[in-house]
Design a protein around this ligand. Structure first.
Ligand code: CP
Ligand code: NVA
Length: 300
């Protein structure tokens, strides 16, 4: 494993090994015995979109492991003024030990890895959010003990989160069902792969998707960069909400997960969100541990 660009590039064993290391790093941190595995390592953190969790968990994560993180906003970098990614990659490779990038196009992340000579981590694109899904899988395993026989239901937009969750869950042997309106399906190639490699269902029926689910997941109706489609999307996604009624179709002990930020009253109701706040914020915390594990694997 040289980079983390998308979960398709990882084997099941790669993922398990990251999750095991993440558990160990979490244990070390809780017990005050965190080791400085990344002593002297420098990570550039490029952001072309807003972020709370990704930025803070990467900065704190590298600091706690003895390294140094540089927050690089695209507003201030020459890349924001049109310097090609090929050049940015080669320049940053001379200064840094690794790069995390949050941007729009997946191709930009792939190019950064192709032209640079240091590990690249995808901190979210329009296509994928692998760091989030590693933390999500870590959280599912913490709550459920293993992935065996579990079903995840995703309600809402077939976006970056849906794409990465499908790949992550199917690789770990979970069943996956998504309920989304027509025209908002996940990536076609990912769905075709999922159908071939596991138990994958896509439906317009929330009831069908949630039925018997162990984990119910949702995300915003309009992602970053889609702000102008907000009203149109609010109309299209009416009915694709995680609420008390639809939760009755899930298993009684079903978890509810959300990558955050959440829009209460849109993709999830306030009562369901608060009833499941423990797992949702454990999930957010696990970003820190999972990303530390990724950085240690790639940079050490
Ligand atoms: N879930 C997530 O990636 O959050 P941020 O956008 O705050 O980084
Ligand atoms: N789908 C959301 C996820 C945010 C973490 C977005 O891309 O804005």
């Amino acid at each position: 494993m040289r980079h983390l660009l998308k979960l398709q590039d990882l084997t099941r064993e790669d993922i398990l090994s990251i999750l095991n290391l993440a558990d160990q790093l979490k244990f070390e941190r809780i017990n005050g015995v965190q080791k400085d595995y990344l002593k002297g390592k420098k990570m550039g953190l490029i952001f072309q979109k807003a972020s709370t969790r990704t930025r803070v968990s990467f900065e704190v994560g590298i600091y706690e492991l003895g390294g140094y993180g540089l927050f690089l906003s695209s507003n201030d970098l020459q890349i924001g003024r049109g310097e090609p990614v090929q050049d940015t990659a080669r320049v940053l490779s001379r200064y840094l030990d690794g790069i995390m990038i949050r941007t729009f196009e997946q191709q930009e992340v792939e190019d950064l890895a192709k032209y640079g000579s240091i590990p690249v981590i995808n901190g979210l694109t329009d296509y994928a959010h692998p760091c989030q899904v590693l933390a999500d899988l870590m959280t599912v395993r913490e709550y459920k003990g293993s992935f065996k026989g579990l079903k995840m239901a995703f309600i809402g937009d077939g976006n970056n989160m849906a794409n990465s969750l499908i790949v992550g869950c199917i690789k770990m042997g979970m069943s996956f069902a998504i309920a989304c309106p027509k025209g908002y399906e996940p990536d076609a190639a990912i769905m075709a792969w999922a159908k071939e490699n596991g138990d994958f269902t896509i439906t317009e029926s929330v009831e069908e998707a949630i039925s018997g689910a162990d984990v119910v997941y949702t995300d915003v109706w309009a992602s970053m960069g889609q702000e102008s489609e907000r009203l149109k999307r609010a109309e299209a996604f009416k009915g694709y909400q995680v609420n008390k009624e639809c939760m009755t179709y899930a298993k009684p002990d079903a978890m509810v997960m959300h990558c955050l930020p959440a829009h209460r009253g849109e993709e999830i109701t306030e009562d369901v969100f608060e009833a499941h706040a423990k797992e949702i914020f454990d999930e957010a915390e696990n970003r820190l541990h999972a990303q530390k594990a990724v950085m240690v694997k790639l940079l050490k």
